[in-house]
Ligand binder design. Structure first.
Ligand SMILES: [Fe+2]
Ligand SMILES: [Fe+2]
Length: 139
Protein backbone atom coordinates (compact mmCIF):
# COMPACT_ATOMS: atom_id res chain seq x y z
CA UNK A 1 0.00 0.00 0.00
CA UNK A 2 1.53 3.27 -1.09
CA UNK A 3 0.35 6.33 0.77
CA UNK A 4 -0.07 9.41 -1.38
CA UNK A 5 -1.91 12.72 -1.25
CA UNK A 6 -5.21 11.18 -2.36
CA UNK A 7 -5.43 9.60 1.12
CA UNK A 8 -4.84 12.90 2.95
CA UNK A 9 -7.80 14.19 4.91
CA UNK A 10 -6.03 17.41 5.85
CA UNK A 11 -5.53 16.69 9.58
CA UNK A 12 -1.81 16.21 10.19
CA UNK A 13 -2.11 13.84 13.16
CA UNK A 14 -4.75 11.68 11.45
CA UNK A 15 -2.78 11.57 8.19
CA UNK A 16 0.36 10.55 10.11
CA UNK A 17 -1.58 7.72 11.78
CA UNK A 18 -2.85 6.53 8.40
CA UNK A 19 0.70 6.47 7.07
CA UNK A 20 1.72 4.37 10.06
CA UNK A 21 -1.14 1.95 9.29
CA UNK A 22 0.12 1.62 5.72
CA UNK A 23 3.64 1.02 7.07
CA UNK A 24 2.40 -1.75 9.39
CA UNK A 25 0.57 -3.36 6.50
CA UNK A 26 3.63 -3.20 4.23
CA UNK A 27 5.86 -4.77 6.89
CA UNK A 28 3.34 -7.58 7.15
CA UNK A 29 3.18 -8.06 3.38
CA UNK A 30 6.97 -8.17 3.19
CA UNK A 31 7.09 -10.78 5.95
CA UNK A 32 4.48 -12.89 4.16
CA UNK A 33 6.39 -12.57 0.89
CA UNK A 34 9.54 -13.73 2.72
CA UNK A 35 7.68 -16.83 3.89
CA UNK A 36 7.47 -15.95 7.59
CA UNK A 37 3.81 -16.81 7.81
CA UNK A 38 2.44 -17.91 11.17
CA UNK A 39 4.29 -15.70 13.64
CA UNK A 40 4.15 -12.66 11.38
CA UNK A 41 0.41 -12.97 10.95
CA UNK A 42 -0.31 -13.11 14.65
CA UNK A 43 2.12 -10.33 15.47
CA UNK A 44 0.73 -8.14 12.70
CA UNK A 45 -2.87 -8.68 13.76
CA UNK A 46 -2.02 -7.81 17.37
CA UNK A 47 -0.06 -4.70 16.33
CA UNK A 48 -2.82 -3.67 13.93
CA UNK A 49 -5.53 -4.12 16.57
CA UNK A 50 -3.51 -2.08 19.09
CA UNK A 51 -2.76 0.66 16.60
CA UNK A 52 -6.37 0.79 15.42
CA UNK A 53 -7.51 1.27 19.03
CA UNK A 54 -5.10 4.17 19.37
CA UNK A 55 -5.94 5.73 16.01
CA UNK A 56 -9.71 5.27 16.21
CA UNK A 57 -9.79 6.90 19.67
CA UNK A 58 -7.92 9.87 18.22
CA UNK A 59 -10.37 10.27 15.33
CA UNK A 60 -13.40 9.76 17.53
CA UNK A 61 -12.03 12.30 20.03
CA UNK A 62 -11.74 14.83 17.22
CA UNK A 63 -15.32 14.03 16.14
CA UNK A 64 -16.64 14.59 19.65
CA UNK A 65 -14.65 17.79 20.08
CA UNK A 66 -16.01 19.23 16.84
CA UNK A 67 -19.60 17.89 17.07
CA UNK A 68 -19.36 15.79 13.89
CA UNK A 69 -22.95 14.66 13.11
CA UNK A 70 -21.93 11.24 11.62
CA UNK A 71 -19.76 10.27 14.59
CA UNK A 72 -21.96 7.36 15.73
CA UNK A 73 -22.03 5.68 12.30
CA UNK A 74 -18.29 6.22 11.82
CA UNK A 75 -17.50 4.87 15.29
CA UNK A 76 -19.61 1.76 14.64
CA UNK A 77 -17.48 1.02 11.56
CA UNK A 78 -14.30 1.42 13.60
CA UNK A 79 -15.68 -0.90 16.28
CA UNK A 80 -16.62 -3.58 13.75
CA UNK A 81 -13.20 -3.62 12.12
CA UNK A 82 -11.27 -3.46 15.41
CA UNK A 83 -13.31 -6.34 16.85
CA UNK A 84 -12.74 -8.45 13.74
CA UNK A 85 -8.97 -7.85 13.76
CA UNK A 86 -8.75 -8.47 17.52
CA UNK A 87 -10.65 -11.74 17.16
CA UNK A 88 -8.42 -12.89 14.29
CA UNK A 89 -5.33 -12.05 16.35
CA UNK A 90 -6.40 -14.49 19.05
CA UNK A 91 -7.59 -17.27 16.75
CA UNK A 92 -4.11 -18.79 16.46
CA UNK A 93 -3.17 -20.65 13.33
CA UNK A 94 -4.15 -19.23 9.98
CA UNK A 95 -3.54 -21.23 6.85
CA UNK A 96 -2.25 -19.61 3.68
CA UNK A 97 -5.72 -19.08 2.26
CA UNK A 98 -6.83 -17.27 5.41
CA UNK A 99 -3.68 -15.18 5.43
CA UNK A 100 -4.34 -14.04 1.87
CA UNK A 101 -7.94 -13.29 2.73
CA UNK A 102 -6.86 -11.26 5.77
CA UNK A 103 -4.27 -9.40 3.72
CA UNK A 104 -6.84 -8.44 1.07
CA UNK A 105 -9.54 -7.65 3.58
CA UNK A 106 -7.34 -5.37 5.69
CA UNK A 107 -6.04 -3.55 2.62
CA UNK A 108 -9.51 -3.04 1.17
CA UNK A 109 -11.03 -1.98 4.46
CA UNK A 110 -8.29 0.55 5.27
CA UNK A 111 -8.26 2.08 1.78
CA UNK A 112 -12.04 2.19 1.53
CA UNK A 113 -12.52 3.58 5.02
CA UNK A 114 -9.92 6.31 4.63
CA UNK A 115 -11.02 7.31 1.12
CA UNK A 116 -14.72 7.45 2.01
CA UNK A 117 -15.49 7.78 5.73
CA UNK A 118 -12.37 9.61 6.89
CA UNK A 119 -12.43 11.86 3.82
CA UNK A 120 -16.05 12.83 4.57
CA UNK A 121 -14.99 13.80 8.05
CA UNK A 122 -12.05 15.80 6.67
CA UNK A 123 -14.30 17.58 4.19
CA UNK A 124 -16.82 18.34 6.91
CA UNK A 125 -14.01 19.78 9.06
CA UNK A 126 -12.84 21.91 6.12
CA UNK A 127 -16.37 23.21 5.54
CA UNK A 128 -16.75 23.97 9.20
CA UNK A 129 -13.45 25.86 9.26
CA UNK A 130 -14.57 27.77 6.17
CA UNK A 131 -17.88 28.68 7.81
CA UNK A 132 -16.16 29.81 10.99
CA UNK A 133 -13.76 31.93 8.99
CA UNK A 134 -16.62 33.46 7.00
CA UNK A 135 -18.52 34.23 10.20
CA UNK A 136 -15.64 36.21 11.62
CA UNK A 137 -16.11 39.96 11.52
CA UNK A 138 -14.15 41.78 8.84
CA UNK A 139 -11.81 44.27 10.42
FE1 LIG B 1 -8.73 6.80 10.13
FE1 LIG C 1 -12.15 6.47 10.61
Amino acid sequence: MDWDATYAIGQAAVDADHQRLFQLFNLFSAAIAAGETRESVNRFLRDLADYCDYHFRREEGLMRATGYPDAAKHTAMHDGFAAFVRKQSTTGDHDLEEVQFLQNYVEMWLCGHILVMDKWFGEWLDGRAGKNAAAEPIS
